[in-house]
Design a protein around this ligand. Sequence first.
Ligand code: SF4
Length: 176
Amino acid sequence: MDKVKIGTCWLDGCSGCHMSLLDIDEAIVAVLGKADIVFGPLVDAQEWPEGVDVAVIEGAISSQDDLELAQTARARSKIVVALGDCAVTGNVPSMRNGIPTAKLLERVYVEGATADPQVPTDGVPALLKQAGPLQSAIKVDIHVPGCPPKPEGILFVLGELLEGRVPDLGSKLRFG
Ligand code: SF4
């Protein structure tokens, strides 16, 4: 039987959700017995590949780069999982939404600078006006709340998906 292809990425997130994913500890051996990780921070692939079965996405959509990666992952994946409160609701990244982006960049890169105060124009992804949850830009199939979601909840979701079932999260997970 072919292995399930899983891609993961983090957009505007702190990587805590990926850390929680790794916290499934030795259970990752059983997961990797049934799945291949084909994209993500732990593998070398430079581009989200075609034909991914499950996309696991951490973080909100805050920049043009986030938006493009989310759209590519959606277009090339059968199932999209929003992993964690930032992906599900916007959470911490969306706290900037009441501040105009120009003012925000000025505050960080000019007023807050200790050297060379200027807003960078090269090598920094263009911020969107608002940071939003994944579902504000792409269709999401499964929402996994938590900041971060507990490892056992993530393992449950992966286990069900690897068996071809849609996970019934019920009371297994909560926000925050
Ligand atoms: Fe970090 Fe929490 Fe956001 Fe996950 S949901 S990326 S742990 S802030």
